[in-house]
Design a protein around this ligand. Sequence first.
Ligand code: ZN
Ligand code: CU
Length: 489
Amino acid sequence: MPPMEPHYDLIIRNGTLIDGTGQPRFKADLAIRDGRIASIAAPGVLDAVRADGELDATGRIVAPGFIDAHTHDDRLLLSAPDMAPKVSQGVTTVVAGNCGVSRAQVRFRGRPPVPPLDLLDDEGGWFRFDTFHDYVEALEAGPAATNAVLLAGHSTLRVAVMDNLDRPASEAEAERMREMLDEALSAGAIGLSTGLYYEPARAATTEEVIEVAQPLAKHGGLYCTHMRNEGERVIDSLEETFRIGRELGVPVLVSHHKVLGRANHGRSGETLALIERTMRTQPVCLDCYPYDASSTILTLERTRDATRTIVTWSRPLPQYAGRDLSAIAAELGVTEEQAVARLAPAGAIYFSMDDADVQRILAFAETMVGSDGLPHDSAPHPRLWGTFPRVLGHYSRTLGLFPLETAVHKMTGLTARNFGLTDRGVLAAGAWADLTVFDADTVDEAATFARPIAPARGIDAVFVAGVAVWKDGAATGARPGRVLSREAA
Ligand code: ZN
Ligand code: CU
């Protein structure tokens, strides 16, 4: 009798594999069964084997699906679950709940009254989960196209617990936040994020954060932070972050690392040296988005650091989304300061970094790629649709900042390792079949600051657990995503 023919759900043939570890590419066929990679075979070996689905990847790269290390997709996962801005870039997993803002454990009737919580909900009604467990349950009952990794946000906890945010938490309030964090971590959150830069958390002391974050150690959680200061006092903020990690005995993640403001241009040399030194004695991770412009809520303070400001949304004056603040002020016949007051609540893009710093940070061996995309802005920063292809196209292929294998590692294997996602981020037999097939010669962002909503070029097909979520330039509508948990190192 002939040996039993193995059955496969899908075979991707003739592709060039970049496996996510940083190792050089190689030619192989990839066979998938039950959502996982069943076999990686030398060319020819699977020629006689048939599968339910076949994909010819001649001339294409086959890589692990990209993991977006920094997102604000907490609501997008439910409200637009095909996740087009992400799967169109090759992203198969998003980390949500960043910068101190997460969506569960607090309720609002309408729009969240406290910026930057409104970044997660432009229309109101989406802060409706009393517990983190309820939110996870909703994601599991109505899954998205991508997988989700969730953080609980310290600012959300503060807003839920404190009547006045302009002071440090009392002992009783810290205790209540600690209980809520424990609930979130038990329900599936993998860590805590803070946004100490933002108003709802600015008055929180380092000690408050350490008090609230206690449950992280027991759950093997991660501490992620949009630091108190990314400009003049960036070194103090890094020291504060490292101290929090040391006192809690947990890994820290410096979110969207950058140096803001002209006076600080060039200081990434200093910050990276400190990060590198600290990494020898405690676990430190960092991510970065590949642009020299930032984006968040519109504040006067930030416009002062910027050479140019573009408004991304405005509640009272929505018609100005996508326009320069200077042009809006001229049209309204007011100063820029007055224009900011008229536009608020609003969001903006700020040109306040030096591309040399962006390149130095991106090229740093331990830096992961995270988009920090803001999915509900009317005229969003192009990082929402362009981050990953821009790293592959602009920074790797065009500028030659690092080889393609390194670029892929920064968005796959490195990220899966730092977040403790087992069997993800690498191509290996037994790993989940989260995959991106792309053209190394053409992959790049199509989004620009002037036209920020556009699917990337050169992304052919994207699979989550072996199911196509992006194909032929469109989302397929399949929603195989799961909420992923962290395996602590
Ligand atoms: Zn942030
Ligand atoms: Cu962010």
